[in-house]
Write a protein that binds this ligand. Structure first.
Ligand SMILES: [Zn+2]
Length: 337
């Protein structure tokens, strides 16, 4: 296994001052494996070198062709660094087209913030370019896991023809253990493992020169977060650590980038805290989940995208976690179970 030490070698690459990139020309990508057109990926500039494309609200669906998450890219004089690759191979190709619309620099490196389907299934398109892919070491076995196969089968069912059962799941070439950084074309990148929060391998990427931070799914903007198996207590603590970075711009894994993260990107924190408080009340009063869920007024969250698809399952997962925490707490304090 090659580690972060290799990343440091990149610091020796020749650098220089960034030249301004031209205004974006929005492409209409033509895809090779279907007659339908993809959603148009419009590059949005958030710093001298830093860009992102913004996925559509809600969960991945036929309607949005799996385009429900963000991806970033950073243009340096020595090549382009991509942060996440979107949720289908075709979207990966569309992202490459979007990058091509703003620079002719080669794409040299991909960093994955985590291994959820909507953020890395586009990696196939980048593998064809022979890029180096980096991710956090907690995910080193993910693509060989039963969980990955289950998720892939679900996506192939729900997102045909954009995801197909015969597609191969690609993974990283280099694994980062702890903190890592590199300089490319004079632009400094810092990669920090903030997981386990939304996933065990959550990796955030800071573009130091631009004061831009790509947070992956530790923060969701403008939609109900996806909790899944995440440890909500850890996640809550991590949102506080992340907001303390105070970048000029933060690009979350979903939704609009923010110039004021402490105002715009607190939804994830507030949502998880609210769910934990309500479910803790249910657990304390020995109320079963269905009864507790039905008795709660969810109108504070119900208008947000992905509520119908994600909220009840989020509440249930958090109920189980809080129950488990209560049992452990009792065990530690010596109270009878
Ligand atoms: Zn995710």
């Amino acid at each position: 296994m090659r580690t972060a030490a290799l990343l440091m070698l990149a610091a020796l690459l020749p650098g220089g001052c960034a030249t301004p990139t031209p205004a974006p020309r929005v492409p209409t990508p033509v895809i090779a494996d279907g007659s339908e057109r993809l959603p148009v990926l419009k590059p949005i500039r958030v710093g001298p070198h830093s860009w992102y494309v913004e996925g559509l609200p809600g969960v991945a669906s036929q309607g949005n062709q799996g385009y429900n998450s963000n991806a970033g890219f950073v243009v340096t004089p020595a090549g382009v660094v991509v942060i996440d690759t979107l949720g289908t191979p075709a979207l990966g190709r569309a992202l490459i087209e979007a990058i091509r619309s703003v620079t002719r620099q080669p794409i040299v490196r991909v960093i994955l913030t985590h291994f959820h389907a909507d953020h890395f299934y586009g990696l196939e398109a980048f593998k064809a370019l022979d890029v180096e892919t980096y991710a956090q070491v907690a995910a080193i076995r993910y693509t060989d896991s039963p969980e990955a196969r289950r998720r892939h089968a679900q996506r192939a069912r729900d997102l045909m023809p954009w995801v197909q059962a015969r597609d191969r799941l690609f993974t990283a070439d280099y694994w980062i253990d702890g903190h890592a950084g590199f300089t490319l074309g004079g632009v400094r990148f810092e990669l920090t493992h903030l997981g386990p929060a939304h996933s065990p391998e959550d990796l955030i990427v800071q573009v130091i020169d631009d004061q831009v931070l790509y947070s992956g799914d530790i923060l969701f903007a403008g939609r109900i977060p996806y909790v899944g198996e995440a440890d909500s207590r850890e996640w809550l603590a991590t949102t506080a650590r992340l907001l303390a970075f105070q970048p000029r711009v933060m690009v979350a894994g979903h939704g609009r980038a923010s110039h004021d993260p402490n105002r715009d990107l607190v939804l994830t924190r507030d949502y998880i805290a609210d769910l934990r408080a309500r479910m803790a009340r249910a657990v304390t009063t020995l109320t079963d989940f269905d009864t507790a869920y039905a008795a709660e007024d969810w109108s504070q969250w119900s208008r947000l995208p992905a509520f119908e698809d994600a909220h009840r399952a989020n509440a249930y997962n958090i109920y189980l976690q809080v129950e488990q925490e209560a049992l452990q707490g009792d065990a530690q304090s010596g109270d009878p179970p």
